[in-house]
Design a protein around this ligand. Structure first.
Ligand code: FAD
Length: 367
């Protein structure tokens, strides 16, 4: 099939769908191609934590992106609910940061947050226990981040899909892009086993698979899968309201009494599965922080593949040698959080208007 569209987005995760919605709202005709069902990979598997950011006090590229997304999320969510009729349960829940090593370590974290303009309060053990009933006696002090938010990501994905369809975005499931047709510095079409999809512009947003797509164009995007396992518990009612973070692991309470325990970080290629070690480690972690969770009902577990890049930053860039094809990928642990900022910046890039994309997020050799 030959088809013309303003923009073809390859990949219907949170990055691809957010971008498609943003482009459709600005009047562009958009087609999203997904090799499977849109919104069922890392974006579905994630925990939905949205840490605070402050662009005015940004010290690095990551701070700039976080700050922009932090500004965009409230209105982005409200508009999404208005257009889709689906609530993504975005809310400011706050987070208790317990630090993974020592109290000195926690103090360094606090100073770092203050320097980056993030509101943080130092709590005594008693104050921390006021936030989380049943918090382990071993917690001697904690940090409180009141501006930490969360989103129920599977619902967010449903809302994005509904809003895209309502805006006329054509979403094609079961269309794996396997090849490209290009000439003279222009991408002409992307090819799936049965179809050839033409467009004026293209964006590769294939999550952990973006590196494979970019390899086919002769460019190493340096994006690899990094597996994360999650365990889900179910309690009769919400046991505590805030997120609890301890280094790279966390507890995320949903309003309906579910608690997510996350997450492992494993470099095992494209293998999505739970392991005994992963699940038992997460359960032991949860029990060490809130001992009463050991009697919660075990509901399920899952894993997802985070798109990891060695420099810890997403690639938001024209593909070298192309005037009409870009990449938006490699968001690692922050793709949900950074999705509104990514959609805005890539939309600006495609429109040729000033896009405030940090230099470190571009292909080293790109224009
Ligand atoms: C356990 C875990 C916890 C996480 N927690 C958080 C969190 O709390 N906060 C946060 O901000 N982030 C979190 N993340 C990270 C976040 O989920 C990811 O960064 C984000 O989902 C990446 O979005 P994406 O759209 O790039 O990728 P994906 O969601 O993986 O979507 C990529 C899509 O592209 C499609 N695709 C791939 N190749 C092709 C092809 N050749 N042709 C067509 N389609 C293709 C796939 O089918 C898929 O639908 C977490 C991730 C995991 C795994």
């Amino acid at each position: 099939m030959v088809d013309t569209t303003d923009v073809v987005v390859v990949g219907g995760g949170v990055i691809g769908l957010s971008l498609a919605w943003e482009l459709a709202r600005s009047g562009r005709t958009v087609r999203v191609l997904d090799q499977a069902q849109p919104g069922r990979e890392a974006s579905w598997a994630g925990a939905g934590m949205l840490p605070p950011g402050n662009r005015r006090r940004a010290r690095c590229a990551a701070d700039c992106l976080r700050g922009l997304s932090h500004e965009l999320w409230p209105d982005w969510s409200a508009l999404l609910q208005e257009e889709s009729g689906i609530s993504n349960e975005f809310h400011r829940c706050g987070a208790l940061e317990l630090g993974s090593q020592s109290d000195d370590d926690l103090e360094l974290t606090a100073r770092d947050l203050v320097e980056r303009g993030i509101q943080v309060d130092r709590l005594t053990a008693a104050e921390a226990r006021d936030k989380v009933t049943g918090l382990s006696d071993r917690v001697a002090q904690a940090l409180w981040l009141p501006d930490f938010c969360q989103v129920r990501n599977p619902r967010h994905l449903k809302a994005l899909l509904a809003a895209c369809l309502r805006r006329g975005v054509r979403v094609e499931a079961g269309e794996p892009v396997v090849d490209f047709h290009h000439a003279g510095g222009r991408m002409l079409s992307v090819r799936t086993p049965l179809h050839s999809w033409e467009a004026g512009q293209f964006v590769l947003a294939g999550g952990s698979w973006t590196g494979i797509l970019s390899d086919r164009l002769g460019h190493d995007a340096r994006i690899e899968p990094m597996r994360g396992q999650i365990v889900l518990l179910q309690l009769p009612e919400q046991p505590f309201r805030c997120i609890i973070e301890v280094g790279k692991r966390y507890l995320v309470p949903r309003r309906d009494g579910r608690v997510l325990i996350g997450a492992t970080e494993e470099r095992v290629g494209f293998v999505k599965e739970n392991t005994a070690e992963g699940v038992s480690g997460l359960l032991a972690f949860a029990e060490s922080i809130v001992p009463s969770l050991k009697s919660a009902r075990f509901e399920t577990s899952w894993s997802g593949l985070r798109p990891w890049r060695p420099n810890g930053l997403p690639l938001l860039s024209w593909i070298p040698g192309f005037r009409n094809a870009a990449i938006a990928g490699g968001h690692f642990r922050e793709g949900l959080h950074l999705s509104p900022a990514t959609a805005q910046l890539i939309s600006q890039l495609l429109a040729g208007t000033a896009a405030d994309i940090p230099e470190e997020c571009r292909f080293e050799t790109s224009r």
